[in-house]
Design a protein around this ligand. Structure first.
Ligand code: FES
Ligand code: FE2
Length: 376
């Protein structure tokens, strides 16, 4: 580990109380080496969204994704079990499954045609008869730790010591209980939207976690349906719940598609958000592509996804899309500012920005643990 990374990590003080705290310094959003360390720690050691359960209903259904820089495939086996593997052929390392999702009777590598069962066992190896000491049983796809939780499949790449016990299976956590009470099984997936932002992934997360601070300024439409002054922010161990009562009497385009008693905005460290309104849900998955490039994937779910509800659901997605566009522009503006010599770090609002404070402290804990291990 080079000294400059160590210095960058040390330049944040995780012990300052919120009233005295600053954000993580701008170098955390602009330094390529730090990005690399995050990939190997934050994104390898945490549970990461890999697929939706509704994509994996039948045997042979599979979903591929890239997590912490690693190709991963999730498959439903003939025995009905879900499994996750590194999507890396044991022959010469090509990706075995190349479509984002699909259904296949077996997993077949496109390079030299090796095949694996849906349970990951190596089955077919063309033209391999004279190869000596080749242990087929030891050349199946390499499994990845996996958990099906609510409407999603989560995976965790690394089970290394420095991560052990610190992250309980989300299912058993306080967060798990809260999400269970929302009865998300009654919501059905409707549509996915993807956005690419020219900013570091943490800029998007910071923006999400500012406790509604930006809502009255940036999202004038959304502001009319949220009771901003009663916005609450509650930190869990590794999640934050931001919540706002809805204004029952509000009118207009947004009010027509966002209703109910409260809007609940759950953030799960480090990069997954669950946004719940009455009768609808959207999730945001924040995927770092490079130090200054991020993909955000929105999945929209509704109670009623029948043809008769289609128009209303689309109107709701369009509202989400517009809000997202406003966030996207400001995130790119922030990234430009983070590159400026005029900016090093900023202070946090005690009333609004406790979620960001938690995010920065958790991030620091992950990076500092990694730095300690590398020195040991
Ligand atoms: S790399 Fe997969 S069969 Fe050769
Ligand atoms: Fe926003």
């Amino acid at each position: 580990m080079n000294d400059s990374i160590q210095q960058i990590i040390n330049s944040y003080d995780p012990h300052a109380p919120l009233s005295q705290a600053s954000t993580i310094p701008s170098s955390w959003y602009t330094d390529e080496d730090l990005f690399e360390v995050e990939t190997q720690t934050v994104f390898s050691n945490s549970w990461q969204f890999a697929a939706r359960v509704d994509q994996l209903i039948n045997p042979g259904n599979y979903v591929t994704s890239e997590i912490g820089g690693e190709p991963v495939v999730i498959v439903r086996g003939n025995d009905g079990k879900l499994r996750a593997f590194f999507n890396v052929c044991r022959h010469h390392a090509a990706a075995v499954m190349t479509e984002p999702a699909g259904c296949a009777p077996q997993l077949r590598c496109p390079y030299h045609g090796w095949t694996y069962s849906l349970a990951g066992e190596l089955k077919g190896t063309p033209d391999f008869n004279d190869v000596c000491n080749f242990d087929r049983a030891n050349n199946g796809l390499v499994p990845v730790e996996m958990a099906a939780w609510e409407n999603w499949v989560l995976v965790r790449l690394s089970r290394e010591q420095h991560n052990s016990a610190r992250e309980p299976a989300v299912v058993e956590s306080e967060l798990g209980k809260q999400i269970e009470s929302l009865n998300l099984g009654a919501l059905h997936w409707f549509e996915r939207r993807r956005y690419e932002l020219k900013c570091n992934w943490k800029v998007f997360v910071d923006n999400y976690l500012d406790g509604g601070y930006h809502v009255p300024h940036l999202h004038k439409g959304l502001d009319s349906v949220l009771d901003y002054s009663n916005y609450t922010i509650e930190n869990g161990e590794r999640f934050c719940l931001q919540s706002s009562p809805m204004v029952a009497t509000s009118e207009g385009e947004i009010a027509a598609v966002r209703s109910g008693q409260r809007a609940l905005y759950y953030w799960l460290y480090p990069n997954f958000m669950i946004n719940y309104y009455e009768g609808m849900l959207d999730t945001n998955l924040v995927r770092p592509l490079a130090i200054d490039r991020t993909e955000v994937i929105f999945d929209f779910y509704f109670t009623d996804v029948s043809a008769s509800a289609r128009e209303r659901n689309l109107a709701s997605v369009t509202v989400g899309d517009r809000i997202q566009q406003e966030d996207l522009d400001i995130c790119e503006s922030v990234q430009r500012g983070l590159n400026s010599r005029a900016y090093q770090a900023g202070r946090l609002s005690v009333r609004r920005e406790a979620g960001e404070h938690l995010f920065h402290r958790l991030l620091h804990a992950d990076l500092a643990r990694y730095a300690r291990l590398r020195r040991a």
